[in-house]
Design a protein around this ligand. Structure first.
Ligand code: AMO
Length: 432
């Protein structure tokens, strides 16, 4: 009977000391001396050193096998302090599943240029670093879903083709749809608003598209957007759910991804410290703080990346800025009834990255919404279905949008958002 295939990580966890095992994976690296060939084999879970001595009948196979060739190896597990991971396999059988051609990536990050690795992203995804990041990403998504389910939100699936803008025309991607002009969605928000009248509390995790010309460490043109929307709620409920979500995801990810985070050199203590409540400051206070730091920003102007980073330096954890001037927030934002110059809108900021989420109370009054549309120069007929939501059973409601990649970039201390997604799309990068 063939031996069951074992995951490399199980061996490194010390579960098979002295035992005979079979592993399956790819040649990650290969080193040779006169007497021994060291095959560093990689599977989805980890890497392990496999040794083949000169008198081994599989010596010729080991000589022939190339980097990235898929292999199956049977051997005995030995504890060896010198091997990375503390264990190695003394090879007793080596079968080459397929011989790989000369692999173009020979060194790795730090030794090959960033551009080269980005052009070869389809191959660079095999690196340990990308493997760790993608594992953490998967867990972060799991905990996001877990959180919303736990809180009674229903997952829904919004459309990607849309007929009118949610977040303004400047970052809309247009496309021809059977001869008609349509767009790729920037946010599911307006559709989620329609769904709350049926399900009350909804959320989605879906791609959003932004024709974003900014070339910063935090902008993608395609990113994954976590968007909840719920009825019968106000500003306070909104900020509470946002901070509960971020804190839950941070705690759970540290608990479940210790190995990956350590390998990536991420600061786990920073995430453990993410406890609620998060500090909350008003936009007006943010402007005062910036002016005290010699920023020449006037009340009413939007905060840019530099301003956000400067403010975030004052906090060592996520925090909220709220009560923004109405003119710098979207048409759907409700204004404070006792101060109509201010929108009930809030951004969550983190150190180094700045904004990771935006949310707010939605204008639920039909007449006010019509005024806002006019103010923003938007055509009423383009939003007729959205106005219907205020005609038939309108209720106070809130929602927010959180960028998965921005959250990950901050959590893992990544230098650039492009490493937070397997195939990044930016103004200049759409290959592979
Ligand atoms: P906003 O446009 O601020 O708000 O987007 C919400 C969140 O999405 C992420 N994000 C991005 N991530 C990567 N690359 C980009 N180019 C990019 N643009 C935005 C950020 C941001 O905070 N509907 C509203 C939110 C709401 O009020 O519910 C919206 O989309 O993390």
């Amino acid at each position: 009977m063939p031996m069951p295939i074992i995951a490399i990580q199980e061996i490194l966890d010390g579960k098979s000391k002295g035992e005979s095992v079979t592993i399956r994976g790819w040649i990650h690296r290969k080193r040779e001396s006169k007497q021994t060939i060291f095959l560093i084999v990689r599977d989805a879970s980890s890497v392990i050193q496999c040794t083949v001595k000169r008198d081994n009948p599989f010596w010729t196979q080991a000589k022939k096998v190339t980097k990235e060739s898929p292999v199956m190896i049977k051997g005995t597990v030995k504890q060896d302090k010198r091997a990375t991971g503390g264990y190695e396999i003394a090879v007793e059988r080596l079968s080459i599943i397929g011989l790989a051609e000369t692999f173009p990536i020979t060194k790795g990050k730090g030794e090959e240029t960033e551009k080269f690795l980005r052009d070869n992203r389809h191959l660079w995804l095999r690196s340990r670093r990308m493997n760790w990041i993608m594992r953490v990403r998967s867990e972060v998504l799991r905990f996001i879903h877990e959180f919303f389910r736990k809180e009674g939100f229903i997952e829904v699936s919004p459309p990607m083709f849309i007929s009118s803008a949610c977040e303004g025309g400047a970052t809309l991607f247009g496309l021809k749809y059977f001869g008609k002009d349509l767009y790729l969605t920037q946010s599911a928000q307006l559709y989620l608003e329609a769904l709350i009248y049926s399900l009350e509390k909804v959320y989605c995790v879906a791609p959003s598209f932004r024709a974003e010309k900014s070339r910063t460490i935090r902008h993608l043109t395609e990113y994954w957007h976590v968007e909840p929307e719920w009825a019968f709620a106000g500003m306070d409920d909104l900020m509470r759910v946002e901070e509960d979500l971020v804190s839950y995801v941070c705690q759970k990810t540290v608990e479940n991804c210790r190995r990956e985070m350590k390998s990536l050199g991420a600061d786990t203590s920073k995430l453990i410290a993410v406890k609620t409540p998060f500090p909350r400051i008003k936009y007006t206070e943010a402007i005062e703080r910036l002016n005290a730091k010699d920023f020449k920003i006037r009340w009413g102007e939007d905060l840019g990346f530099d301003e956000e980073k400067a403010l975030a330096e004052e906090f060592d954890k996520p925090f909220f800025i709220y009560a923004y001037p109405r003119q710098i927030k979207a048409f759907y934002c409700k204004t404070y009834r006792d101060n109509p110059d201010l929108a009930m809108s809030t951004d969550m900021l983190v150190p180094r990255i700045g904004e990771i989420s935006t949310g707010g109370v939605r204008e639920d009054d039909k007449e006010e919404l019509l005024k806002r549309l006019k103010e923003f120069g938007l055509r009423e007929e383009d939003y007729d279905w959205y106005i219907d939501l205020r005609r038939y059973g309108t209720v106070p409601h809130v929602g927010f949008g959180l960028g998965v990649e921005r959250l990950l970039t901050w959590m893992l201390d990544l230098e650039n958002i492009i490493d937070a997604i397997p195939f990044p799309r930016t103004i200049r990068r759409f290959y592979p």
